[in-house]
Write a protein that binds this ligand. Structure first.
Ligand SMILES: [Zn+2]
Length: 442
């Protein structure tokens, strides 16, 4: 017995020693690049970022910040160094296949082992170091999140709602959606998701008739201190969400050209009450379809299929080749601008997210494409866009004290891209370097 214990102790001590050695080796000095720290501050040339273990130790400039001898020097000359990006609206289980029903009936048993890990890896290689997954099989995402946290799989830090609650007695189409046809079931399932460690509750598919069910979900989540986000593509969904007091609404619908006055009045009342209202517009999936239709070649990019078995890759490629792209009229852009403006004028806070995983939005490209749409199509300042997809997103998730800016003491989620995204935004498409929690992945 004693012998057994001492062997275990020895193993523990040895692994502790090797962990410490690993941490000690993890000392990097990123030297020379233009620094965008994610706070919205103006960029700083000739920067130095010191990474020690999991954290950023110091940030300064050449000639002013000394570099200790035992730090591995990495030149970032000619590059921009910025915080790892966030994507707070993703669906890791999809990989851009246009036919959801086919995807679920064919690959559900491979979500935890193949498709979610593949999306996670693609995100990390694209410089996205934190995501929020809204609608995914709860058990599968918990398993993958644990493996990423242990360092067994490469991937971003995952926040998630787990399975989305659908307040309708619809047949179950996939374990990533839980139908809740009455208040009792809604309360029980909300409590179960919270007990399983979900960071948010997601609701979709509401109708006017489901108001009491949505109220029950929101009240149960809020009693437990958990926020709720709900689909709001249609005016009916938005009314139900606002009446129930959800924290955040998803999507901008383009079926109607403006929001009706009664909705805008409800939004105004909500803001005036002092409770903030957040909105996650996800416009890239609407505004990029013309590009997809005109130039589907970019979907064939091998990085969109990283870690996917050849059969799944072939399936996705064929489905894309067979798909018809529903190109939106140019007025879609005007509708989105008009609706965004009417929400912003009333004080709604926009949250970032790309709806990754849906058709044409593989994890390797989705985040950058959404951001680029905001910069080029909707006129957002690139520096503001970077702040939105870094420190603002971290603040929204309640972890701004730990991550989201290049500030001493925060987790070293750092990327470097060639050139300057302030001048050429597309440089964010393929980062040259990616660090997550101080570990270099690219
Ligand atoms: Zn979504």
């Amino acid at each position: 017995m004693f012998k057994k214990c001492s062997v275990i102790w020895l193993a523990c001590l040895l692994s502790l020693a090797s962990c410490l050695t690993l941490a000690q080796q993890n000392k990097y000095a990123l030297v020379g690049g233009l620094l965008i720290d994610g706070t919205g501050a103006q960029p700083v040339p000739n920067s130095i970022v010191l990474i020690n273990g999991e954290n950023i130790e110091a940030v300064g400039t050449i000639g002013r910040l000394p570099i200790p001898e035992d730090y591995q020097l990495i030149s970032t000359e000619g590059m921009t160094v910025l915080p790892g990006l966030w994507d707070p609206h993703v669906h890791l289980l999809y990989n851009g296949h246009p036919d959801f029903a086919h995807w679920f009936s064919t690959y559900a048993d491979q979500f935890a082992s193949v498709t979610i890990p593949a999306s996670a890896h693609q995100f990390l290689m694209a410089g996205v170091t934190s995501v929020r997954d809204l609608a995914v099989n709860t058990r599968d995402i918990v398993r993958v999140r644990e493996r990423i946290e242990k360092g067994e799989l490469p991937g971003p830090t995952i926040y998630t709602a787990g399975a989305a609650l659908m307040p309708a007695a619809a047949p179950q189409t996939s374990p990533h959606i839980i139908p809740v046809g009455n208040e009792r079931k809604a309360i029980n399932e909300t409590k179960r998701l919270i007990a399983d460690g979900m960071d948010f509750i997601k609701i979709l598919g509401t109708t006017t008739e489901s108001q009491s069910i949505v109220n029950a979900i929101v009240n149960t989540a809020h009693d437990a201190g958990v926020r709720v986000t709900a689909h709001g593509r249609t005016d009916a969904e938005i009314r139900v969400a606002l009446l129930a007091g959800v924290d955040e609404i998803q999507h901008i619908g383009i079926d109607t050209p403006t929001y009706p006055e009664d909705i805008l009045d409800m939004v105004q009342q909500r803001i005036d009450s002092g409770t903030p209202l957040y909105w996650n517009p996800t416009v890239g999936m609407i505004l990029n379809t013309d590009e997809l239709a005109a130039d589907p070649e970019w979907l064939d990019d091998p990085k969109n299929f990283l870690d996917l078995p050849v059969e799944i890759e072939r399936d996705i490629r064929q489905a894309i080749a067979d798909a018809t792209f529903t190109v939106q009229a140019p007025s879609a852009s005007d509708t989105i601008k008009r609706k965004l403006q009417s929400l912003s004028e009333r004080g709604v806070i926009m949250t970032f997210g790309s709806d990754e995983g849906t058709f044409g939005h593989p994890a390797s490209e989705s985040t950058w494409r959404e951001l680029e749409t905001w910069v080029f199509e909707l006129g957002m300042d690139p520096l503001v866009a970077i702040k939105w997809a870094t420190s603002d997103s971290a603040a929204y998730m309640g972890v701004a004290d730990k991550v989201g800016t290049l500030t001493p003491g925060k987790l070293a989620d750092v990327i470097a891209v060639p050139g300057s995204p302030l001048r050429h935004f597309s440089t964010l498409r393929d980062p040259a370097m990616v660090f997550k929690h101080g570990r270099r992945y690219k």
